[in-house]
Design a protein around this ligand. Sequence first.
Ligand code: AHR
Length: 329
Amino acid sequence: MKRLMAAATSLVLAGSLAACGDDKPETSAASGDDSITMGFAQVGAESGWRTANTKSVQEAAKAAGIELKFSDAQQKQENQLKAIRSFIQQKVDVISFSPVVETGWDTVLMEAKRANIPVILTDRAVDSKDTSLYKTFLGSDFVLEGKKAGEWLVKQADAADVNKDGAIKVVELQGTTGAAPAIDRKEGFEEAMKANPKIAIAASQTGDFTRDGGKKVMESFLKAQKDIDVVFAHNDDMGLGAIEAIEAAGKKPGKDIQIITIDAVKDGMTALAEGKINYIVECNPLLGPQLMDLAKKVVAKQDVPQRVLTEETAFDQAAAKAALASRQY
Ligand code: AHR
């Protein structure tokens, strides 16, 4: 809500941006030369989703004739901060990044603003009170994704009570601590599960959005918790890691323990089609083309919406089987 309210004021504040901090000369686009250089600070390569997102951004930049300076932060905020400062020094025309975590960006965003370089947030948002520090956000509604996952569980509650003890015991594999998708998906899921008091989260820990992280945390959950009914993993990769841990413990994923994930990358959809995952909420990584369109607009000082949300769906087993053949990523 805080981010939404802040976003609502960003259009008003954006108008004042051009007037302040003009130490960067007119952008090349604004000065008649329409070549654009974008500095893009990516989170890392932690998941199948991220790989697809990187490919989409790189291909779309090429197709749009935008020169891309790409940096991989290896899931570390300090690396992203360094990359953004380097883009500022190189006087790129526009900076885009997907913040590893929500907080701690105001200083570097202020530096970009003073250098008159517009910033586009992509995929993940920042928790900053000053929304004049960036031009727009492009990505998913992570709260809604978590909500869809929780609502499916509420609808399937009887079937999800695998242990038939009248209680649905959920373990949660959280994304990177402090990251917008981890915070928001948890919030959405918890909101939805309130509709059935039999559903309770028995344990919740970060697996850092990686397959290995998901596997390790699930191994410890299986040792510490009896009668787990459901795994809610904040992304496919952690769900796939959990499948390995469940199988190693001699149980059948999808049957002895139900699994709900978010993303819908090919590996996740394959596991869903095979019945090892029970439900996947889609998170679309193909943000490249929209990002390049927005970049051209902000460089040309045109108005852009404060928030551009991607359209997403959800898959059960039948839908996954139907969609798999044409899945791009
Ligand atoms: O920010 C998007 C999330 O980050 C994806 O759901 C996850 O797979 C990735 O690591």
